[in-house]
Design a protein around this ligand. Structure first.
Ligand code: S3P
Length: 171
């Protein structure tokens, strides 16, 4: 019996949404994606929000969404890759539920993020360098909030979801 929400954190392309949906199905819990909730609430997509309000505006909206998701029912939540940047968000994540850090290599992250252009932070000349830079900045923050760290590099999304279930000790 899962009594706390499970929050998936990790870099863009780690598979938080794909694995999160499979994990939720496996645990028979609802699933929420913080980026999707934010977009639905704002009525605009993430690139537009970054354009109009800048990253700071996006982060403010993201914190509000996280607070609401933390106050919501028990569920599996895929978070945006930058959720750990603000200390208040990290505090919330540590206090609430279970946090799983989904890790992947730079090669995998690059491959998985190269398929679409909906991530403003990767719309740069050298996305690989950007991914490396973001990981250097954020890896310690993901670890700070995580109860469990899972490497998703050598497994399918289904295998990753099952690995999380096993690590959680869930039935
Ligand atoms: C971001 C990650 C994105 C999205 C936004 C910013 C980040 O989410 O929240 O583009 O700062 O790493 P995903 O990790 O789901 O791609």
């Amino acid at each position: 019996m899962i009594e706390h929400s499970i929050f998936l954190v990790g870099p863009m392309g780690a598979g938080k949404s794909t694995i999160g949906k499979l994990l939720a199905a496996e645990l028979q819990l609802p699933f929420a994606d913080s980026d999707k909730v934010l977009e639905d609430r704002t009525g605009a997509d993430i690139p537009w929000i970054f354009d109009v309000e800048g990253e700071a505006g996006f982060r403010k909206r993201e914190s509000e969404v996280l607070a609401d998701l933390c106050a919501g029912p028990v569920q599996v939540v895929a978070t945006g890759g930058g959720i750990v940047l603000l200390p208040g968000n990290r505090q919330l994540l540590r206090k609430q539920g279970l946090v799983v850090y989904l890790q992947a290599s730079v090669d995998q992250l690059l491959e998985r993020t190269s398929k679409n252009a909906n991530r403003p932070l990767l719309q740069v000349a050298d996305p690989r360098a950007r991914i490396v830079e973001l990981l250097e900045e954020r890896d310690a923050l993901y670890r700070e909030v995580a109860d469990i760290v899972c490497d998703t590099d050598h497994c399918t999304p289904k295998q990753a979801a099952l690995m999380v279930v096993e690590r959680l000790g869930a039935p």
